[in-house]
Design a protein around this ligand. Structure first.
Ligand SMILES: CC(=O)N[C@H]1[C@@H](OP(=O)(O)OP(=O)(O)OC[C@H]2O[C@@H](n3ccc(=O)[nH]c3=O)[C@H](O)[C@@H]2O)O[C@H](CO)[C@@H](O)[C@@H]1O
Ligand SMILES: C=C(OP(=O)(O)O)C(=O)O
Length: 430
């Protein structure tokens, strides 16, 4: 087994660089399917979700060239296959973007249901509703999603989202880019990655207006041609390092970010007594006194992001007083709470509400990451705790954090990767 071992209780000092955004990259890479020519995509995070998407594109027949650590060139012009391999697609959430992209490119798609973090039900009915409104027949049977555009090409229309959905907004955008006529998405998601996907597509020749507002208008174009694009910095990775400094104390410059995207996180950390200074493309976070209790409710952007909920919970576990945390997006995003309790946290959960009684100190323990951000939150708790914390199931964390051990070590954390002898031996034999 591979684990992170953390000797906690040390404040963090120094500077850390933020990578490209996971949730933008995992949509922009499939969007290359719509482009007739070579797309050069820069600032790609080195995380396992990205590796998986690139593998799927290659299996479909894309020509993927690695230019350097964060840049690839993708040419999908020779792809003729709209069937996505099963084993790979089930491992990640973002494989759902292959439905919109393949429908847009070929008028048909065959994709296994997506995987990703387990928050209870993660339906895709709004994606399907949008595709159907645009003239696709969508059939979910035998463990496969099969979609076929009845006219051979998607047809623009108005799609009203019953709830704000990041995935459905971006998927419909993908399906609409090469559609006949204009598509309007009402009650659209406004997250930075929605805007980034629209910017990527526009830079390749699409006509998308209004991304970042709740009405997006996509005028279908006949083709996209190649170009070069750089992915935005990861709001959630940056927020995670901000929360880590708030929990451990110290002072860290978090570099290569868009401070505007972090405002929803910055505001809460300031309420909790941390200092956050916004610079042009960095934020400096400093915490010298004990954190103060606060209430947090997660909401679609520009609200406080659900993908920061477990990390802010780690901070609230150490704050002075009782905080109320409300999950406003997912039905079940508190599966990590038992692991926090092993470290001495006092949390009661009732449905979507967690009441957190701050303690003066957490103590190191052996814990297990149950999903990506829960894993990141355990890292934060381990960094702040007295003693040693061992975190297993780190594959969840590596889905979304590039080089987390190196980055944290660079700002003074005592964290290392430990591979148990059995596994090391198996790797040598293999
Ligand atoms: C790969 C990716 O970008 N993942 C993010 C994306 O997930 P994902 O795209 O899966 O999340 P959505 O924004 O679609 O989900 C938001 C809410 O809408 C509901 N819903 C969604 C679609 C649908 O067809 N029907 C439906 O009922 C969901 O159950 C949830 O309650 O946005 C979430 C909300 O910011 C983040 O937590 C995930 O990190
Ligand atoms: C929930 C997340 O990812 P996914 O939707 O890919 O499971 C996340 O990034 O926090």
């Amino acid at each position: 087994m591979t684990k992170y071992v953390i000797n906690g209780g040390k404040p963090l000092y120094g500077a850390v660089d933020i990578s490209g955004a996971k949730n933008a990259a995992v949509a922009i890479l499939p969007a290359a399917l719509l482009v007739n020519g070579v797309c050069r995509i820069e600032n790609i995070p080195q995380i396992s979700d990205v590796t998986l998407i690139l593998n799927i594109l290659q299996e479909l027949g894309a020509d993927v060239r690695t230019i350097n650590r964060t840049t690839v060139e993708i040419d999908c012009s020779r792809i003729r296959n709209a069937k996505v391999p099963d084993a790979l697609a089930r491992k990640i959430r973002a494989s759902y973007y292959l439905i919109g992209a393949l429908l847009g490119r070929f008028g048909s798609a065959e994709v296994p249901p997506p995987g990703g973090c387990d928050f209870g039900g993660r339906p895709i009915d709004q994606h399907i509703k949008g595709f159907a409104a645009m003239g696709a027949e969508v059939d979910v049977k035998g463990g496969l999603i099969r979609a076929v555009a009845k006219k051979g090409r998607m047809v623009g229309t108005t799609v009203y989202m019953d709830m704000v959905s990041v995935g459905a907004t971006m998927n419909i955008m993908l399906a609409a880019t090469l559609a006949e006529g204009t598509t309007i998405i009402e009650n659209a998601a406004k997250e930075p990655h929605v805007v980034d996907l629209a910017n990527f597509l526009n830079s390749m020749g699409a006509s998308i207006m209004g991304a970042g507002t709740d009405v997006i208008k996509i005028r279908g174009v006949s083709h996209l041609s190649g170009g070069s694009y750089s992915i935005i910095p990861d709001q959630i990775e940056a927020g995670t390092y901000m929360a880590a400094v708030a929990a451990t104390g110290g002072e860290v410059l978090i570099q290569g970010v868009i401070p505007k995207h972090l405002e929803c996180i910055t505001a809460k950390l300031i309420e909790m007594g941390a200092d956050v200074e916004e610079l042009d493309d960095a934020v400096r976070v400093r915490r010298t006194q004990r954190l103060i209790r606060t209430n947090v409710k997660t909401l679609p952007y520009p609200g406080f992001p659900t993908d920061m909920q477990p990390q802010v919970a780690a901070c609230l576990c150490l704050a002075d007083g009782t905080s109320v945390l409300t999950e406003g997006v997912w039905d079940n995003r508190y599966r990590y709470v038992d692991e926090f309790r092993r470290m001495g946290a006092q949390i009661q959960v009732d449905g979507k509400v967690a009441v957190i009684e701050g303690v003066k100190q957490l103590t190191g323990a052996c814990v297990e990451a149950c999903d990506l951000r829960a894993g990141a939150a355990l890292v934060i708790a381990g960094l702040a705790a007295q003693g040693t914390t061992e975190i297993s199931q780190i594959r969840h964390i590596e889905r979304g954090y590039e080089d987390i051990v190196r980055k944290l070590s660079g700002i003074g954390a005592d964290i290392r990767v430990v591979v148990t002898p059995d596994e090391a031996k198996a790797a040598q034999v293999g």
